[in-house]
Write a protein of this length. Structure first.
Lengths: 743, 353
């Protein structure tokens, strides 16, 4: 048991999901499961061209189809209070909401058919048989005019560095330069974007999967010109978000518009193939790495240049170079980004945006350098271990990466790795290779709020508009709340997933538990303070006179710190005070001073074993060992699950996932789950996730860093390096597919 | 989805009559057809559901040594049938390497034989496709073509047939039994699927109303049981269509190959029987050299139809590997990863040598 885990505490316990029984019995209702009285079904018609305009829709044919209620087009769509193209801040992404006949990417919504049944709406959409005036398209990386964007990712600086790169390269005794391509990936959560929208006058109830209930509420209020308090967004469960549900997307707003148009509740569910365009994606990248090192492997220069794509009509730039700003020490560092526009849907955040695509390139390049220097891959990483954050020279708030390397290596058996490639075979003659990648992701925080209520019956209620997209919020927020209140978790009721609750912030950027957890912790502590106020000022209480700070909550009782035997149950305190409950709010946000003083990141080391058929090139990952340090672990069971999920996506990034666009039409040619490959169970290797102890006194009062994204980083690079180690072939075009190994 | 008439005939004759009308299609499990209907790729007016037809779901072992597989026998049932697995192990291995457990539980024998190409330009209704809409052209050419045909393609179509099951069927000289308006007839599987030529829309020899009722394996098919493999290279370990696959069967006579069979999958618009290669094997000792020559011969006419030249070399290597595995002997049981290069030959011991 880790030493900091208090006996009896909920935090640190490997509890199973509190929502598990509801999920396995089907009692958990996802957004599209709600069926209000009079529900109509909406289906989007989407564009088959990537640039131009719609010149004709056969509305009469669609209208005439039995069961069709209405066809929503730019001619008759309900007016919006604000143009969905108006960009008030970098995170208000432009949405295609039938404002005109223009087409800016393939699969853009161009009409919505509303019908009595899903089947009728589907056929109505097919009968529209749109005609277009098409313009030539460009969807190829590097094909358009290349420019330097204003910012990258979530508003980070486009270019950043330190030291004299040219001098660093000149001083190097060994140099490598290599270019790595990563493919476009499209979010494909099991649950597609969906909504059930119901208007009552100018009040809206919306069931929709979102990673940020209050942000969604704000955008909808803005678009429809109604007060945010008129909108209730409900999302008890998400079947995955991965960034594409961070901000509400066009299909969800179109469902709301359709409901307004027909005056009935409407359900709209994005079809799988419609996920490839209007709901974001991770753009393809081409990253050029130039590394220089002295003979002993110390980096004298690290130059990381990223070229990527964004849409013609909006800005999101995959920030692949960001991790080079804080991962390895180097005499000089340059990280730069350039972008060109293409006729594609706007890219957006996708699990570890920037870090995922950047990591595979950096980790590959580092191994290429290690080969030149005849150094073990682990050794070169240790020789360039950043003791302070490169560029800023801030100390890390905590960094147990050395322990991650060591524990992972020991568990994996890394010491037995031969230096040269193509040295290991299994009993069947398959090539075996081992690779390493460093994992890293920032430990950010957003802003959130929670409310804690202690009831006269001794139970408590925690409320915050956070949401559980599988990461475990239903469980971990209750664990944090229970400890903050000094109650067994069974006594704590949690309410999340409803925008009528206090703003729970965003489940994104690996910040959900840190932010929501801090808010819950602070709310619980504040509620306990309210309760203590009652007791210490009540002469009838054994706690009388102890002072507010002189009592501690434990097991549903407040006890005097100076004499723990003198205590009183919550219910007794409230009962005597004649109160049904006490409640208090708490905020969750990073402390600006700490965040300025310290660099805050989670770290890890991922070790991969692959097997490759020497003749046929087919690849299989057979073993993954990840060791991660991410501050305090609220629930080891669920955190492992997060790491596994991330590592499996790393397998996907390295070997499988790539959207194939026809450069002539701009259409995605593999927009279905049969041909857009993600790993299946047989691709998922034996996996281990080691939770490396890390105490962080600076990130937040609970010491929590996020774990949602780090697993995908490191892993893909480890696999790419293992494929090289198995075969001697360095593939720089990710994903690594068998044709690239045939030689 | 387009509204359609749904018929459920109770006899083959009734089914044939119903399906003869324009716009009609047979429905069995629908694992392929219904997907295509959802995507608007095919828009039948009438579905003739044959799943209740009597007598089509049996595997019959006949006195003359042939095995008759009814059209409605499910892929999973067939793959797990002990007789099939023992006599035609490559068939079982091919079936189990395809799709997923759920799909195999539903998909039928005839449906598998009749499955449509996975060419993205066929399923993308905005693309020109001579197969979907005759005479409109072939947008696959000059497009994304990593998976397309390297044998038997034409300027009108470069698609491939995706079936695993059909590959060993072709190698084993299976015969397709058909009932039609003109009565029953039988067609060798190798002649059942058409190459695209000038008419890619004509995928098989079936005429309107024709119903596949069974697939029959001839008596000699089981003489390859001891040295028979299906090998399927794919881009993930399971649940993926073949990049290239091969079914091989060897009948050994002492230290010589008496007869060899080779068919390739996912290289052409039909399962590709490599008869020239088979001729080279007949009477030869099973050496790496003869396997390499057979592989050369099998791909002698191959040419890339786009960005897929790698498939030619890959196919050669698969032929060599499959022959090598077959000589070693059919494994005792179908491997846990059927037909996979990761099927770990060292884990199995031949029970057929």
């Amino acid at each position: 048991m880790p030493e900091r885990q208090r006996h009896g505490a909920s935090i640190g316990q490997p509890l199973t999901r509190r929502d598990g029984p509801d999920k396995v019995t089907g009692a958990a209702r996802y957004s599209a499961d709600f069926k209000p009285e009079g529900l109509a079904h909406a289906v989007m018609a989407v564009s088959s061209i990537a640039r131009g305009r719609v010149t004709h829709r056969d509305i009469a044919a669609a209208q005439a189809h039995p069961g069709v209620i209405a066809v929503m087009t730019p001619e008759n769509a309900p007016a919006l209070a604000k143009s969905p193209d108006q960009k008030d801040n970098p995170f208000t992404f432009r949405l295609d909401l039938l404002q005109n006949d223009g087409v800016r990417y393939a699969n853009q919504p161009i009409a919505v058919v509303i019908a009595e049944t899903l089947e009728a709406a589907t056929e109505g959409a097919a009968l529209l048989a749109p005609r277009y005036e098409a313009e030539p398209v460009s969807v190829t990386l590097g094909a358009g005019e290349i420019f330097s964007p204003d910012t990258i990712g979530a508003g980070s600086a486009t270019d950043e560095g330190s030291g004299d790169l040219a001098a660093g390269l000149a001083a190097a005794e060994t140099r490598i330069a290599a270019t790595y391509d990563t493919a476009a990936q499209y979010h494909n959560a099991l649950e597609p974007h969906s909504c059930v929208a119901e208007w009552d006058g100018d009040r809206l109830t919306l069931h929709t999967p979102t990673q940020a209930l209050w942000i969604a509420k704000g955008r909808i209020a803005d678009l429809f010109g109604i007060p945010p308090e008129n909108i209730q967004v409900v999302c008890h469960y998400l079947g995955g978000g991965f960034g594409s549900k961070g901000f509400i997307a066009a299909p969800q707003i179109l469902g709301i518009m359709a409901a307004k148009m027909v005056g009935r509740p409407v359900k709209l569910v994005t079809r799988r193939e419609q996920m490839f365009g209007p709901v974001g994606h991770r753009a393809a990248t081409r990253q050029t790495l130039r590394l220089g090192a002295s003979r002993n492997g110390t980096l004298t220069a690290l130059d990381h240049h990223t070229l990527t794509l964004t849409s013609r009509h909006d800005d999101f730039v995959e920030p692949s170079g960001i991790l080079s700003r804080h991962l390895y020490a180097a005499g000089a560092i340059a990280t730069t980004h350039a972008v060109s526009r293409a006729d594609i849907g706007t890219p957006i955040f996708m699990r570890a945006p920037g870090e995922a695509s950047g990591s595979v390139a950096v980790e590959s390049a580092l191994d290429e350098l290690a080969l030149e220097l005849d150094l073990d891959p682990l050794e070169i990483r240790l020789r360039n271990y950043a003791e302070v954050e490169p560029i800023t020279h801030r100390p890390f708030s905590s960094k147990a990466l050395r322990e991650c390397y060591a524990q992972g290596a020991a568990r994996f058996g890394w010491a037995a790795r031969p230096r040269q490639p193509r040295q290991m075979r299994d009993a069947d003659g398959l090539l075996v290779g081992w690779g390493l990648g460093t994992a890293t992701y920032p430990a950010g925080m957003m802003q959130g709020e929670a409310r804690a209520t202690i009831r006269a019956d001794g139970t408590a209620l925690i409320e915050t508009a956070a949401q559980d997209m599988g990461q475990g919020a239903w469980t971990v927020l209750a664990q944090i709340g229970a400890d903050g209140l000094g109650l067994p978790i069974a006594q704590v009721e949690l309410r999340i997933g409803d925008s009528n609750l206090p703003n729970g912030g965003l489940a994104g950027g690996s910040t959900g538990t840190a932010t929501g957890g801090t808010a819950v912790h602070n709310a619980a502590q504040a509620a306990i303070a309210e309760l203590a106020d009652l007791a210490v000022n009540d002469p009838a209480s054994p706690l009388y006179g102890a002072g507010n700070a002189g009592v501690t909550a434990r097991d549903g009782r407040l006890a005097r710190n100076d004499d723990p035997a003198r205590s009183e149950a919550f219910s007794e305190i409230l009962g005597r005070a004649g109160k049904a409950s006490v409640e208090a709010k708490g905020q969750g946000a990073g402390d600006p001073a700490s965040r300025k003083a310290y660099a805050m990141h989670a770290h890890g080391a991922v070790y991969a074993e692959v097997k490759v058929d020497p003749d046929l090139g087919q690849i299989r990952v057979t073993r993954l060992v990840g060791a991660f340090a991410a501050g305090r672990i609220v629930n080891p069971h669920l955190v492992r699950s997060q790491y596994y999920g991330g590592m499996i996506w790393g397998v996907s990034l390295a070997l499988h996932e790539h959207a194939v666009l026809d450069p002539r039409s701009g259409r995605v040619m593999n927009g279905n789950l049969a041909e857009y490959h993600i790993p299946v169970n047989a691709d998922v290797p034996a996996m281990e996730a080691i939770l490396v102890e890390e105490h962080d006194p600076h990130v937040n009062p609970l010491g929590i860093k996020g774990v949602g994204e780090i697993g995908i980083t490191g892993t893909a690079g480890a696999i790419a390096n293992a494929v090289w180690h198995a075969t001697g072939v360095r593939v720089r075009d990710i994903p690594i597919t068998l044709d690239k190994l045939l030689g | 989805m387009k509204a359609f008439d749904y018929l459920r005939p109770s006899s083959i004759a009734e089914a044939v009559a119903a399906a003869g009308r324009p716009g009609a299609a047979y429905l069995a499990a629908g694992t392929n057809l219904v997907d295509l209907m959802k995507g608007g790729v095919t828009r039948p007016d009438t579905l003739v559901d044959i799943t209740r037809l009597p007598g089509l779901d049996r595997i019959e072992r006949r006195a003359n040594g042939t095995t008759r597989i009814g059209a409605l026998v499910r892929n999973a049932t067939l793959a797990h049938d002990p007789v099939i697995a023992r006599r035609y192990p490559a068939l079982a291995e091919a079936l189990l390497s395809g799709a997923s457990g759920q799909l195999r539980n539903a998909a039928t024998t005839a449906g598998n034989v009749l499955q449509r190409t996975r060419c993205a330009y066929f399923t993308d209704t905005a693309s020109a496709c001579n197969k979907r809409d005759p005479g409109t052209g072939c947008d696959a050419q000059g497009g994304v073509t990593r998976a397309h045909a390297v044998l038997g393609w034409s300027q009108h179509c470069i698609a491939t047939h995706p079936s695993d099951f059909c590959v060993p069927l072709a190698a084993l000289d299976a015969v397709v039994e058909i009932e039609g308006p003109a009565g029953p007839r039988s067609v060798p599987l190798d002649a059942f699927h058409r190459l695209p030529g000038d008419h890619p829309e004509r995928e098989t020899v079936l005429e309107p109303g024709d119903l596949v009722v069974a697939v029959t394996l001839p008596a000699e098919a089981e003489t390859f049981a001891g040295h028979s493999r299906y090998l399927k290279v794919r881009e993930r370990t399971s649940y993926a269509f073949a990049v290239v696959s091969a079914a091989v069967g060897l009948r050994l006579d002492g230290d010589r190959i008496a007869e060899g069979r080779i068919a390739l999958g996912s290289v052409a618009l039909k399962p590709w029987r490599a008869r020239e290669a088979e001729h080279l094997l007949a009477g030869a000792a099973p050496t790496p050299e003869i396997f390499a020559r057979a592989a050369e011969a099998a791909l002698a006419d191959a040419k890339p139809s786009g960005d897929n030249a790698y498939k030619i070399e890959l196919a050669r290597r698969i032929v060599v590997r499959a022959l090598t595995l077959a000589v070693a002997g059919t494994p005792d049981r179908v491997p846990a990863l059927p037909a996979s290069p990761f099927a770990t030959p060292s884990a199995g011991v031949s029970a057929h040598a």
